[in-house]
Design a protein around this ligand. Structure first.
Ligand code: C2E
Ligand code: CA
Ligand code: CA
Ligand code: CA
Length: 279
C-alpha cells in the first residue's frame, strides 16, 4: 500500500517493504541455487490398479545449505513470477530426461514413464518445442516415455499456442497430461481439441471423497469424461484405502499418493521397484 506524503514523496508500508526485500532476496538465492547445483529432483511413483509401478512424477526440491531440504511450495511460485523459471524449468526437464535415459537402459526400469511439470512462462517461450526436442535428442530418451504435465489454466490461457506446441511435440511422440484437473474452467470443447493422453484429477477432490458428496460426483464425472474421450485418468493425492476403493469402483486405473509411496530419490525408487512386480 503506497501512500502519498505531504511533500509528494511516496512511502511504502514498512511491512510490505520487508516482504518485497525478502522476495528479492529469495529470487537472488534461487539464482545462486541454480548455478550452485542445489536443486534435486525426487520421484513419486505412479501405479496401475493391478499393482504395477508404471512411472513417476519428477518433483523439485531445494537442498539448501542451511535450511535442509526445502519443498517447492516455498519457492516455485517466486521462480514462476520471475524469468528464473525459464532456466530452472529447462534444468528440470534436462535432469528428468537424464534420469529417464538411465531408466530406459536398465531392464527393471525400462518401461517407466516420467511426468515432468511445465510452468506457463516456460511453455510460452518461443523456443519451448525446440528445447524439448533438443533435450530428447541429447539424452536419447524415447519420447513416448516422457509425459509433460500442463495445468488447466496454462492450457486455457492461449489455446491456439497451446495446441500448436502440443501438436508439434505430439508428432515426436511426447505425451501430455492435464494437471490439477477440475480446478479450472474445464470445458469439453477445449479438451477435445487438445492432443491429450491423460487427466490428473486434482488432489483436493480426492481428499474429499466420502466427505463431500459434490466432490464424489465431480470425481465420478471426471472419470466418465476421461473414458468417453479415451484418455487415461490418474488420481493424485490418494491417501486412504477408502479413496482408492471408491476410485477403482468408478473406473480409475492410475494412482499416485502417500498410500502407495511418497516422492523419493531415484535410487530409492529403484530399490522399491525390486520389491514390487515390474510393469
Ligand atoms: P503438483 O504438480 O500437483 O504435485 C503434487 C504434489 O502433491 C507434490 O507436492 C506431491 O509431493 C504431493 N503429494 C503427492 N501425493 C500426496 C498425497 O497423498 N497427499 C498429499 N497431501 N500430497 C501429496 P510437492 O512436491 O510439494 O509439489 C508441490 C507443487 O509444486 C506441485 O504440485 C507443482 O505445482 C509444483 N512443482 C513441484 N515440482 C515442480 C517442477 O519440477 N516444476 C514445476 N514447474 N513445478 C513443480
Ligand atoms: Ca504435477
Ligand atoms: Ca497436481
Ligand atoms: Ca499443483
Amino acid at each position: 500500500v503506497k501512500s502519498q506524503g505531504r511533500n509528494g514523496l511516496c512511502f511504502f508500508d514498512p511491512q510490505m517493504q520487508v516482504a518485497i526485500s525478502q522476495r528479492a532476496q529469495l529470487e537472488n538465492d534461487l539464482q545462486v541455487a541454480l548455478s550452485g547445483r542445489q536443486f534435486v529432483l525426487h520421484y513419486q511413483p505412479q501405479w496401475h490398479l493391478d499393482g504395477h509401478m508404471v512411472g513417476a512424477e519428477a518433483l523439485i526440491r531445494w537442498q539448501h545449505p542451511q535450511r535442509g531440504l526445502v519443498g517447492p511450495g516455498n519457492f516455485i511460485a517466486v521462480a514462476e513470477d520471475s524469468e528464473l523459471i525459464v532456466p530452472l524449468g529447462h534444468w528440470i526437464l534436462r535432469t528428468a530426461c537424464e534420469q529417464l535415459a538411465r531408466w530406459q537402459d536398465a531392464p527393471a526400469t525400462r518401461h517407466l514413464q516420467l511426468s515432468v511439470n511445465v510452468s506457463a512462462r516456460q511453455f510460452r517461450q518461443r523456443d519451448f518445442v525446440a528445447r524439448v526436442v533438443e533435450v530428447l535428442r541429447e539424452t536419447g530418451v524415447r519420447p513416448h516415455l516422457l509425459k509433460l504435465e500442463l495445468t488447466e489454466s496454462l492450457v486455457l490461457d492461449d489455446v491456439a499456442d497451446t495446441i500448436a506446441k502440443m501438436e508439434m511435440l505430439k508428432t515426436k511422440g511426447v505425451r501430455f497430461s492435464v494437471d490439477d484437473f477440475g480446478t479450472g474452467y474445464s470445458s469439453l470443447a477445449y479438451l477435445t481439441r487438445l492432443p491429450l493422453d491423460q487427466l490428473k484429477i486434482d488432489q483436493s477432490f480426492i481428499h474429499n471423497i466420502g466427505v463431500k458428496h459434490t466432490d464424489d460426483v465431480i470425481v465420478q464425472t471426471i472419470i466418465g469424461m476421461a473414458q468417453n474421450l479415451q484418455l487415461d485418468v490418474l488420481a493424485e493425492g490418494v491417501e486412504t484405502e477408502a479413496q482408492k476403493d471408491f476410485l477403482a469402483l468408478h473406473g480409475c486405473h492410475f494412482y499416485q499418493g502417500y498410500l502407495f509411496a511418497r516422492p523419493m530419490p531415484a535410487a530409492q525408487l529403484e530399490a522399491l521397484l525390486e520389491s514390487v512386480p515390474a510393469d
